[in-house]
Structures are given as C-alpha cells and as structure tokens.
Design a protein around this ligand. Structure first.
Ligand code: DQA
Length: 165
C-alpha cells in the first residue's frame, strides 16, 4: 500500500487530533492600523480569534504564529513537522515576492498549504504580481480581506471531515 502523504492521512484519523497552523509574515502584526484602505480595519488578533472559534467548533486545533523574520518562519515550518500539523495557512506578506527559503521549507516538510493575501496582489504594483508560494500551494485566496483566512480554513475543515461512506 502506498504511504499516504501528509494531509491525506487526515481522512482516517479523528478530526479532533488535527492541527492547522496559521503563519503570518512581516508587518501583518500591524493589521488594523496598517494602510487600512488596503488591508482593512480587522486586527490579526480578531482574525485568529474568528479562525480559532470556527476550528474549535469542529474539534480542530489551530495554532497561529506571526514573525517579521524569514528565518523564524522557516524554523516554525520545520517544527510543524514534529507537531504533526496537517495543513498550513500562510500569508507570507512581502516575503511572497522575495523569499525562496520559506517556500523551500514548505516543500521540505510536505505539509499542504493554502496561501492567503488580504489584498488582490494582481491589481497592485507589478512587483507584487508574482508569488514564490503559489505554484506549490493547494490553493490561493487573495483580495477578499480578512474573510480570505476563513475561506481557506473552511476548505481545510472540509478536507478534514471524515469521508462519507
Ligand atoms: C499581502 C500582500 C503583500 O504584497 C504585502 O507585502 C503584504 C500583505 C496581503 O495580504 O495582501 O504584506 O500579503
């Protein structure tokens, strides 16, 4: 029998044992006050609270981590392997357009991830149009503000629900 990849194993393990890791890149700690005309008025704490409530209702554990430093995000992704994280939701912030190390870490741990951007990066400056994360992502949500995180979580929770007979 083929060894299941990470994430696929979730179909047979109890939903309650699942963990989703939410990673936030640089400057996202300033959400709420940072360029609200682009990123909205919702704070990072508000976003994480809403996600935690939704995950908890379905018995899924949610961990969140924000860092302004590339290496710290790499370290957090590597630790996720030992913690048996099933899915990752990541907004890499400006590292979306510059980092090779973070997408490499995601490839190394082979944990499926969804990339989220609050703003529509394709409708902004040309240097934001390319993300090094998108090709390896399960999916990309962008331009829907804070709701994008909940939509990404919903997609993951859907995949964690035990398969119907
Ligand atoms: C962002 C878009 C990036 O271009 C920017 O550098 C960010 C936030 C977004 O969520 O829209 O920091 O990832």
């Amino acid at each position: 029998m083929m060894k299941p990849t990470r994430g696929q194993k979730s179909k047979n393990s109890p939903v309650g044992s699942q963990c989703v890791l939410v990673l936030q890149g640089p400057n996202l700690n300033m959400l709420g006050s940072r360029e609200p005309e682009i990123y909205g008025h919702t704070t990072l704490a508000d976003i994480h609270r809403a996600m935690e409530n939704r995950a908890k209702a379905l018995g899924v554990r949610l961990e969140s981590y924000q860092s302004n430093h590339e290496g710290e995000l790499v370290d957090r992704i590597q630790s996720a392997l030992a913690e048996d994280v099933t899915f990752i939701i990541i907004n890499p912030g400006a590292y979306s357009h510059t980092s090779i190390a973070i997408p490499d870490a995601l490839k190394a741990v082979r944990i499926p991830y969804i990339e989220v951007h609050l703003s529509n990066i394709h409708a902004r400056e040309s240097f934001r149009h390319h993300s090094h994360f998108s090709a390896g992502a399960m999916g990309v949500v962008c331009g829907l503000g804070a709701q994008g995180y909940l939509l990404a979580l919903e997609a993951i929770l859907d995949r964690l629900r035990p398969a119907r007979p």
